[in-house]
Write a protein that binds this ligand. Structure first.
Ligand SMILES: Nc1nc2c(c(=O)[nH]1)N[C@H]1C(S)=C(S)[C@@H](COP(=O)(O)O)O[C@H]1N2
Ligand SMILES: [Mo]
Length: 377
């Protein structure tokens, strides 16, 4: 890069369309996977309208898989995006800056694309650490910008289609006039980017892909670290429910035939054991053995019909996940428990003592802890 009349001139190689296409391919794939799994996450977390009752509660590992993939593809996209930006940044200095209306619109759409991509990956990464150094709320902003990013990306692919087609295959036609001596350098660059993607993936994916958990160095959570060998997002102390006295606790169930149960009475009901994961939206997940009473048994006892959903109210006084709802499919799934035990032991306070919800194919944020009331819907 030599300054010429104050403007940089790029004589460096690898800032060409062929490199941009080679990196754009896996980047586009990562963004597509991230977008689709993100939609799944959003719908499961905040079901639109009537969707709540038709969302499937199976496969039990579904959300664990899609959300693990969401966070892993987002993390993999970070080195890919950085490499892509490095490849194309000389175009920032293109002269003249605007050649035509079409060119101006194209540059504007690339600006939106880059800004949206940086926003999504940055906010997503910080969210995995539950760090929110911004004034807006994460979920709606991250969701809205995902659509912006996808729109801008589709537009970008359409505009660049001829170039992408020309450079897609390993050996493009000789007419492209790209110097062949760049190939070894390009291979080195792509190898480096591949190594970077491999490294960030290997050192974080163990947070949900438990066979690789011993390589989990940089993720916010380790699937084994926490009380009773399971991570905790909000402790009992943080939720303000640390002083709970079991003898005073009651489960209140409202519905056509409302009733109350003490902990002893709940323990006297038929107990079931299930192995289900907690899959946090922030990317960690871990499977555990839960024992407790089927939610559907509790609802039937309250006179609920077969199509009833349930609202779960925590004893926690404040916080976004104090009150959650589950539709019919979840409420009546035999795997859905009001769990009293974890791994054979009584739930620890941080895991929701005396009772917490555990249901299949469901975001962790909806697995309500410190349950005090069930309301038949
Ligand atoms: N009442 C209540 N329940 C809650 C939460 C909470 O903040 N309050 N956090 C949820 C989140 S974000 C997750 S991922 C799981 C974590 O489960 P664990 O802390 O029991 O491992 O609990 C969920 N249940
Ligand atoms: Mo979570």
């Amino acid at each position: 890069m030599k300054p010429l009349l104050g403007l940089p001139v790029f004589s460096g190689r690898l800032h060409d369309a062929r490199t941009a296409t080679a990196i754009g391919r896996p980047l586009g794939l990562a963004v597509a996977v991230c977008f689709l799994t993100g939609i799944v996450s959003h719908v499961l977390q905040r079901p639109p309208g009537l969707a709540a009752d038709v969302l499937p509660s199976r496969p039990a590992w579904g959300y664990r898989f899609t959300q693990g993939l969401h966070v892993a593809s987002g993390i993999a996209a970070i080195p890919l995006l950085l490499a892509k930006l490095w490849t194309v940044y000389p175009r920032l200095f293109a002269r003249p800056p605007v050649r035509s209306v079409r060119h101006a619109l194209e540059r504007l759409s690339v600006a939106v694309l880059v800004a949206a991509a940086l926003f999504e990956l940055f906010t997503g990464l910080l969210n995995t650490f539950q760090w929110y150094p911004w004034p807006f709320s994460f979920v709606p902003a991250h969701y809205a910008v995902a659509w912006l990013l996808t729109g801008a990306l589709l537009l970008h692919l359409a505009v660049k289609a001829p170039g992408i087609r020309a450079h897609w295959r390993r050996r493009s036609a000789g007419t492209l006039a790209l110097p062949a001596e760049d190939e070894p350098d390009r291979r080195s660059l792509l190898l480096g980017v591949t190594a970077a993607v491999g490294a960030v993936t290997l050192t974080t994916v163990g947070q949900s892909l438990t066979p690789l958990k011993r390589f989990d160095l940089f993720a916010a959570r380790h699937p084994d670290h926490g009380p009773q060998g399971l991570p905790v997002n909000r402790t009992a102390a943080a939720a303000g429910v640390a002083g709970l006295v079991a003898a005073d606790w009651r489960l209140t169930v409202s519905g056509p035939r409302p009733y109350e149960l003490t902990l002893e009475e709940l323990r006297a009901m038929p107990q079931h054991e299930v192995t289900l994961p907690i899959a946090c939206v922030e990317g960690w997940s871990a499977s555990a053995r839960w024992t407790g009473v089927r939610v559907r048994d509790l609802l039937e006892r309250a006179g609920a019909g077969a199509d009833a959903g349930v609202r779960v109210v925590s004893l926690q006084r404040r916080g976004a996940y104090r009150v959650t709802e589950m539709g019919r499919t979840y409420a009546h799934d035999p795997l859905t428990l009001l769990a009293l035990r974890l791994g054979g032991e009584v739930l620890s306070p941080d895991h929701g003592f005396p009772a917490r919800v555990i249901a299949p194919n469901r975001p962790g944020v909806l697995q309500t802890k410190w349950v005090g009331r069930l309301e038949v819907l």
